[in-house]
Design a protein around this ligand. Structure first.
Ligand code: GRG
Length: 297
């Protein structure tokens, strides 16, 4: 199988898995289930659960305990997108090639769907204890998931981003990297670390995965900034130029397009060579990281 076939195979497994953990659309509160399912099942690359599974298998994991965490990370990611698209934040009407959640279900329901998904993510991850009651690696994985998604991770990064935009701050490199490291990289680090932890990898290996996640996350955000300038509506499934429209500082406004491309490449290559240090250079994971460099969506 070539890389694309392998990626598709994994994608299908993840789609099936998500359906297993998504709620039935029933009860008086049925509308929120519809909004949640609409948002999660809108496609998307499923990058975070894919990274988690690869990391788990890389360190020898073979059990089902990984699955609730794979579903949970995609739920957290989707909630962040729902809330990021709200009128109070980016006010975007399109995402993943279709109308955003608030555009279809209204603002109140989109807020609730995001809140509901975040909670459902933790309810789902907790199901890992059904596979391994009282297991210490599950506890550690849980703690990584919580902290990388919270105020010392993604929510923290988003906070600084929102403040910088509202106050039209000129950012220093350190400030921009702080935003990217937390808003974006934290949710790339989490799956790589959780996969390693659940497979029983040692602390040093988990730290290596955290470093790899940092590089991949920053490179991923740089590419996101590049695509906002060079992408198309068809490729991205949302209008381009939103950063400029909102007067947002990005890697490109700060350093220029050429430096952005160079740094993206350098960060990704460093991540792949770190994988080499743990004997994982010739793996799907390394190819997946490499494929993100020139992605068009
Ligand atoms: C609202 C708490 C809160 C956080 C929002 C993730 C995020 C923080 C905002 C979304 C907008 C954005 C540009 C985030 C940076 C990370 C990023 C590029 C997300 C898009 O992830 P992809 O490309 O999306 O993996 P798909 O649709 O493929 O899943």
């Amino acid at each position: 199988m070539n890389f694309e076939e392998e990626r598709k195979e994994r994608l299908e497994r993840i789609e099936k898995l998500l359906c297993e953990y998504l709620p039935e659309e029933e009860g008086l509160q049925k509308r929120i289930m519809e909004a949640i399912n609409y948002s999660v099942l809108a496609g998307g690359k499923r990058l975070r659960p894919m990274l988690m599974l690869e990391s788990y298998q890389l360190f020898g994991g073979k059990e089902k305990v990984i699955e609730p965490f794979m579903a949970a990370i995609e739920m957290i990611h989707t909630y962040s997108l729902i809330h990021d698209d709200l009128p109070a934040m980016d006010n975007d009407l399109y995402r993943r090639g279709r109308k955003t959640t608030h555009a279809v279900y209204g603002e109140a329901m989109a807020i609730l769907a995001g809140d509901g998904l975040l909670n459902l993510a933790y309810e789902t991850a907790a199901k890992a204890f059904l596979f391994k009651p009282g297991d210490e690696t599950v506890e550690r994985a849980f703690s990584i998931l919580l902290s990388k998604a919270g105020i010392y991770g993604m929510v923290g990064g988003q906070t600084v981003d929102v403040l910088a935009e509202k106050e039209r701050l000129r950012l220093t490199k350190e400030q921009l990297l702080y935003i990217h490291a937390n808003k974006t990289a934290a949710l790339i680090q989490a799956p790589l670390m959780i996969g390693a932890v659940l497979a029983g990898a040692d602390t040093k290996a988990v730290e290596t995965m955290e470093k790899i996640g940092y590089n991949v996350g920053i490179a991923f955000q740089i590419r996101d900034d590049i695509l906002d300038v060079t992408g198309t509506l068809e490729e991205l499934g949302k209008p381009i130029g939103s950063d400029k429209e909102q007067g947002k500082e990005t890697y490109i406004t700060l350093f220029g397009m050429e430096a952005a491309r160079k740094d993206e490449e350098k960060l990704s290559q460093e991540a792949i060579s770190k994988l080499g240090e743990i004997g994982a250079k010739e793996t799907f994971l390394a190819e997946l990281i490499g494929s993100l460099i020139n992605r068009r969506k």
